[in-house]
Design a protein around this ligand. Structure first.
Ligand SMILES: [Zn+2]
Length: 316
């Protein structure tokens, strides 16, 4: 995800406009609010489309019709799933994005003192192998004991029949390369267990492992040269957030950011507060780190951002 934001002078009240290029969710009303502009979602936009969105966003920001623009770009995620995070295809997608960023650097030269640019990803990616590291649930439990099962992959939600809960829990607890959590035992750091949709059992695979009901439910290519089936996906995310491969990246430049600073990671949940801060709006309560807020409110931007462990790139 890429986000571009201009600072809104503090004390002038709430933002007048938001401009959202196609994140997957800008059509959705949140707490009764929609963005002022929302481009229709485009699946897997090309770099050309990305560049058009950036130009459009810059135009809206320059003209004062927007205070913030957000752009989501998914090519790297898509290639990462398909070919794996270390693949030449991911490298090529990164090179293309880098070229667009170089164009942006040239395009926004006259906005250096006004435009904050924040770039970040919402997750990392790791290699998976459906041929070797697969956990098939029907090998361990009777699937007719399950009322509902949601998703497949690193995290699977399971609703066993009430009278089978203990049996299913005991059986799944024996499975290697995966953890089974009763709702109350889900680690706090997931910020998850209090949710109203959380299932009685939550399965979390060890890094690189993939949970599914049965291998036959997974999509495979059958068009390899040997005629053998091969996995349709080779990369995935959603594993335990302590696993280093799940880390995303964070870069920022602009008048509110110190130059050439590199620091320890921040939490993805802290990015929201940081965006609010550059815009001069009070963030709503969230899971963001408390220190992030207090640090920002009491000192100058550069010091605050250093405290926040933000990695800021040097403007070219
Ligand atoms: Zn993805």
């Amino acid at each position: 995800m890429l986000t571009y934001a201009v600072p809104w002078p503090r004390g002038l009240g709430p933002l007048n406009y938001n401009y959202y290029c196609p994140p997957e969710s800008c059509e959705v009303e949140i707490l009764g609010v929609r963005p002022s502009f929302c481009e229709q979602y485009v699946y897997d936009p090309s770099v050309t489309t990305l560049w058009e969105f950036i130009l459009k966003a810059l135009h809206e920001l320059r003209s004062g019709r927007a205070d913030m623009a957000a752009i989501y770009y998914e090519a790297i995620d898509k290639e990462g799933h398909k070919y794996g995070p270390d693949s030449p295809q991911v490298r090529q997608a990164l090179r293309q994005l880098d070229a667009v960023m170089q164009s942006l650097n040239k395009e926004e030269t006259n906005m250096d003192n006004q435009l904050n640019i924040i770039m970040f990803s919402d997750h990392g990616m790791t290699n998976i192998s459906w041929m070797e590291r697969l956990i098939e649930m029907d090998k361990y439990i009777n699937m007719s004991d399950i009322v509902k099962m949601m998703d497949q992959g690193p995290v699977v939600s399971v609703w066993p029949k009430a009278n089978k809960y203990k049996e299913v829990y005991a059986a799944l607890s024996q499975v290697a390369n995966m953890k089974v959590y009763a709702t109350k035992d889900i680690p706090e750091r997931f910020h998850y267990k209090g949710g109203k949709f959380v299932s009685p059992l939550t399965l979390v695979a060890d890094p690189g492992w993939f949970i599914t009901e049965n291998k036959a439910k997974l999509p495979y290519w059958k068009n390899t040269s040997s005629g053998e089936a091969s996995a349709l996906y080779n990369g995935w995310h959603g594993y335990d957030n302590e696993f280093e491969d799940m880390r995303g990246f964070f870069l920022a430049k602009g008048p509110d950011f110190k130059q050439n600073e590199r620091a320890a990671p921040i939490g993805a949940v802290d990015v929201y507060n940081l965006m609010c801060w550059t815009l001069g709006v009070d963030p709503l309560p969230s899971n963001a780190s408390a220190y992030a807020l207090t640090g920002l409110q009491s000192c100058c931007p550069c010091l605050c951002l250093t405290d926040l462990h933000v990695w800021a790139a040097q403007p070219s």
